[in-house]
Ligand binder design. Structure first.
Ligand code: FES
Length: 106
């Protein structure tokens, strides 16, 4: 099972064992990682599953589609490495993925 580490804005880390085929958001919720409200349930319309992805993972994750880009425009504290965790599907290649949560989602 791929391991994913979530880092809260205060530095607290949560390492989870993730299920392939699920989204990063779904696994965060399943493991009670705080700070990912995911109000729309993964529908790519709320922006409350916002995370920062380290640049080295970008090629494995791929680029955001037009719907994700549009929703990110309304998220808070957006950076160049911002992604919506509901749109990141977990594969074996994402073993070791590290994502950081925005301070606005504490
Ligand atoms: S859960 Fe709403 S945009 Fe990801």
């Amino acid at each position: 099972m791929p391991k994913i580490t979530f880092i809260e804005s205060d530095g607290r880390e949560h390492e989870i064992e993730a299920q392939t085929g699920a989204s990063v958001m779904e696994m965060a919720r399943a493991h009670n990682v705080p700070g990912l409200d995911a109000d729309c349930g993964g529908g790519c319309s709320c922006g409350t599953c916002h995370v920062y992805v380290r640049p080295e993972w970008r090629t494995h994750i791929g680029e955001p589609n037009e719907f994700e880009v549009a929703t990110l425009e309304f998220a808070v504290d957006v950076e160049a490495n911002s992604r919506l965790s509901c749109q990141i599907k977990i594969t074996d290649q994402l073993d070791g993925l590290v994502v950081t949560l925005p301070a606005s989602q504490r």
